[in-house]
Design a protein around this ligand. Structure first.
Ligand SMILES: Cc1cc2nc3c(=O)[nH]c(=O)nc-3n(C[C@H](O)[C@H](O)[C@H](O)COP(=O)(O)OP(=O)(O)OC[C@H]3O[C@@H](n4cnc5c(N)ncnc54)[C@H](O)[C@@H]3O)c2cc1C
Length: 302
């Protein structure tokens, strides 16, 4: 790992940190150290980073804002590539917005909506990056990325880059081809935005933000919905029905506000959250016969 770090630094790929705690890079404020964390300062430097990683045959993991991640207390093996500043360009071209994988979704929605352009209002308050949103097919209020994405530029493990259409990304509920079938890093997305009434768009944005403020524990460290909704059921309703609101293991607690959120109530370990997830799954299965599946990505050393 020392030689790899030396090469990354020599090539001036961007920020390079050894043994960097992921708790500093996740919205849950949980997670042990990455062997190495790199924040590339440009697309070229990201490609260079990938080349060096491949030449050392080391594992890599891409992250954005860490808003859908539960990282092991033992940390992450290999290199964590964080897409943020350096991968956050944005340009409006007619009815398309071309935006870097590291761009903040909240910032994008705010800027686009204030220009009187529609389609992205659903994403108000989703605290990830554009790349993370493509990977997850992030969505809310009856819409998701699949409905607005024209194409995405993906860097694959072998260093090749390809533009994939929404159809090729095989989006479904909180799922894309990038998750299992074809792992790769979303470098850029082209989104369709439509002309609309500025006042109506801004009002809808505010309504969606207010809804979140009133129903979600935004002032606690968390990772959004822990479980996928087992449609037509809602995970939150099943957990609440099982009487688990407020249930706590260590520092991890089922939110009093929204039962599908687990909050870090102070000093929570990843293991506390994992134990709570297992307890919720077992209880909901026993009481409702529904097998819950996690939406939050659980990563790192076991
Ligand atoms: C308060 C709160 C509310 C939320 N509300 C919603 C909601 O309404 N709807 C919703 O869908 N989600 C919601 N989320 C979850 C989360 O914000 C989304 O899943 C978001 O899309 C994750 O983006 P990220 O950049 O934080 O990704 P991360 O959490 O950093 O990573 C998540 C996954 O995406 C992968 N990934 C990240 N960046 C890239 C990239 N550039 N290319 C390829 N893969 C990448 C990672 O490898 C990882 O597997 C919420 C989270 C919080 C904390």
């Amino acid at each position: 790992m020392e030689q790899l770090v030396k090469e990354l630094k020599e090539q001036e790929v961007g920020k390079v940190l050894s043994n960097e705690p992921l708790a500093n890079h996740t919205t849950m404020k949980i997670g042990g150290p990455a062997d190495v964390l790199v924040e590339p300062k440009s697309l070229e430097k990201l490609q260079e980073t990938m080349k060096i990683i491949n030449s050392h045959n080391v594992k890599w993991t891409a992250i954005g804002r860490g808003s859908n991640l539960l990282v092991s207390d033992l940390g992450i093996e290999g290199v964590v590539i964080k897409l943020g500043a350096g991968m956050d360009h944005m340009e409006l071209k007619g009815s398309e917005v071309h935006v870097g994988g590291g761009y903040s979704l909240i910032k994008l929605v705010t800027i686009i909506s204030k220009k009187g352009l529609s389609n992205l209002e659903f994403a108000a308050g989703i605290p990830g990056t554009v790349g993370g949103a493509v990977y997850m097919n992030a969505g809310a209020h009856g819409s998701d990325m699949s409905k607005v994405l024209k194409k995405a530029h993906i860097l694959f493990e072998d260093g090749k880059m390809e533009w994939l259409t929404a159809e090729q990304l095989k989006f479904s509920y909180r799922t894309s081809i990038l998750q299992k079938e074809r792992p790769g890093i979303c470098l850029e997305a082209v989104l369709n935005v439509g002309e609309g009434n500025r006042e109506e768009i801004v009002a809808l944005l505010q309504k969606n933000k207010d809804y979140r403020r009133d129903t979600q524990p935004f002032n606690y460290p968390c990772a959004g919905s822990i479980f996928r909704n087992p449609l037509p059921n809602y995970a939150g309703q099943l957990i609440e029905k099982a009487g688990l609101k407020g249930y706590k293991i260590g520092g991890a607690k089922v939110s009093d506000m929204h039962a599908n959120f687990i909050v870090n109530d102070g000093g929570a370990k990843a293991q506390d959250v994992l134990d709570l997830i297992e307890f919720i799954k077992k209880t909901v299965l026993e009481e409702n016969g529904v097998q819950l599946e996690t939406e939050v990505e659980i990563i790192g050393r076991k």
